[in-house]
Design a binder for this molecule. Structure first.
Ligand code: ADP
Ligand code: NI
Length: 214
């Protein structure tokens, strides 16, 4: 088996049955979309596929908001599975750049491979899949679906973004509706447009029903 196949198998075993929206199928969708974008953008396919497979391996949300846990774990695994230190570094850097860290926090990418993986992960947070994952995640943390008393907050630092209690509907205004403007690649932007419009009509319908207008 190749390095990618062996790492793919390990990640699949680790994420199967996960219930917060960070399950194996999320990883697999990100991998597929990332490879599709990589092809259009001329990015290195091996680096992109490994980074997509490992991007949530030790996500900060499940490690006391520690942003260095994921990249460190990915580097360690690539070396353990026989990859070169250069490959481990390239993948670790991409993973350190992938996460959203709040509305006012820039998340620049340092390579086309990183651009593609960040886009693919963000595309999976919007659209119909995004709606489903967001409510799954909100349920897993006991967050209210919606609370009209809670105003959305556009966070300027990661600490505040990670710590603030919010509602799942607010999460759309604090992150999901902002992602379209932050997609890096042209091919990613084309996919984001339709997904964005779908989310917007979901929210319009939600508010209309909430107020008994429809
Ligand atoms: P990214 O990989 O872009 O950093 P995350 O790992 O933060 O995204 O989020 C993964 C999924 O969990 C997404 O669908 C995201 O919208 C959802 N999520 C994150 N925080 C919240 C929250 N406070 N409420 C609801 N969903 C959330
Ligand atoms: Ni992800």
């Amino acid at each position: 088996m190749t390095l990618i196949e062996r790492i793919g198998e390990m990640v699949k075993n680790a994420f199967e049955g996960e219930g917060t929206g960070h399950d194996w199928f999320h990883i697999d969708r990100v991998r597929k979309v990332a490879l599709k974008l990589a092809e259009s953008e001329g990015a290195n396919m091996e680096v992109v596929e490994l980074a997509a497979l490992l991007h949530d391996i030790a996500d900060h949300k499940f490690h006391d908001n520690d942003l260095s846990a994921g990249p460190a774990k990915a580097r360690e695994l690539i070396l353990e599975y026989g990859g070169s230190p250069e490959l481990a570094d390239r993948v670790g850097t991409i993973i350190s750049e992938t996460s959203y860290k709040g509305a006012g926090v820039e998340t620049p990418v340092s390579s086309i491979e990183s651009a593609v993986v960040q886009d693919a992960d963000r595309l999976d947070a919007i659209g119909a899949i995004g709606v489903a994952r967001t409510f799954a995640y909100g349920g897993s943390t006991n967050q209210p679906i919606y609370d009209p008393e809670l105003q959305p907050v556009l966070h300027n630092d990661f600490e505040a973004y990670a710590k603030t209690r919010t509602s799942t509907i607010n999460h759309f205004y604090e992150k999901l509706l902002l992602l379209k403007e932050r997609i890096n690649t042209e091919s990613g932007k084309r996919m984001a447009d339709e997904r964005h419009d779908f989310m917007q009509s979901f929210l319009d319908q939600f508010h209309a029903e909430w107020e008994g207008r429809r």
